[in-house]
Design a protein around this ligand. Structure first.
Ligand SMILES: [Fe+2]
Ligand SMILES: [Fe+2]
Length: 270
């Protein structure tokens, strides 16, 4: 049996256009992957994740979900996160926060995949720096599997790149940046073992400001008022992410390829 596993990581799913587009994308391409991870921090109208949307996204065939600074945006998250087996919140919240910062999942072929999520601390709301916690968490998961995928949810490019090298040194198989929603073109194999990209991008409305409606985004910026942001239109949806192959015996990544597809959903929404 081949010991390679092909993993898909989808950038932040934003609102209904993102959910709908990801469903369509996976209907066509999902069977080509052994394991699928998506960042879901913006999946419910741009803010957080309702239980209903958690279940909906689960049903698309997504195996693990990571998140970020928007994880607590929906009050109901506190009621269901401890039962949501696929959902991980950032590791570096203070002790006592509900949910977990990592998980170990089993693929259909029987391989174990460790997934960790951290929040950056540069240009973000104050939080415990994740570096010591991350080191311990990688060591802990390494006792179960050599395959460790890290979602580094952060604002600053330099912080994400540094995070890539930190986690590569500790033996992570992949470090995928999220949060800025714009896909970077710097995918690479760090140390020849760790798949890396500074930002995976986002899945959602293409004619938008990082997934949100252009007019309300511009109004909010220009007026400097807390204008309620709407999600962008449904007609053209972009799917951003990366796919990478990992040797399950060594935990080393062997390739990383960007995904940047635009789905024309006009006929379906008119
Ligand atoms: Fe996001
Ligand atoms: Fe974020």
């Amino acid at each position: 049996m081949s010991e390679k596993t092909k993993i898909l990581f989808l950038g932040d799913i934003v609102g209904r256009p993102g959910r709908h587009g990801v469903r369509k994308f996976l209907e066509k391409n999902g069977s080509g992957y052994d394991f699928i991870i998506a960042n879901v921090e913006n999946a419910s109208h741009g803010y957080g994740l309702t239980r209903r949307n958690y279940e909906e996204i689960s049903s698309f065939g997504i195996d693990a979900m990571t998140s970020g600074n928007h994880i607590w945006d929906r009050k109901e998250i506190f009621e269901y996160i401890n039962d949501a087996d696929k959902l991980i919140r950032p590791l570096n919240f203070p002790e006592g926060a509900p949910g977990v910062g990592s998980g170990v999942f089993k693929t259909e072929k029987g391989f174990l995949i460790g997934v960790i999520n951290i929040l950056g601390v540069v240009f973000m709301s104050p939080l415990i720096p994740p570096w010591e916690l991350l080191k311990k968490e990688i060591e802990k998961l390494k006792e179960k599997t050599p395959v460790i995928i890290l979602d580094c949810h952060a604002e600053a490019t330099a912080e994400k790149m540094s995070c890539g090298y930190i986690a590569a040194k500790q033996g992570a198989s992949a470090v995928i940046g999220t949060h800025t929603h714009v896909q970077t073109a710097d995918e690479t194999l760090l140390k020849n073992t760790t798949a890396y990209i500074t930002d995976a991008g986002f899945c959602g409305s293409q004619r938008s400001v990082i997934g949100m409606d252009v007019d309300t985004s511009v109004e909010r910026l220009v007026k400097a008022l807390p204008v309620r942001l709407e999600v962008g239109p449904m007609d053209r949806v972009q799917i951003n992410g990366v796919e990478f192959v990992v040797d399950c015996k060594t935990g080393h990544a062997e390739s990383i390829v960007r995904i940047n597809e635009v789905l024309n959903l006009k006929e379906e929404v008119s």
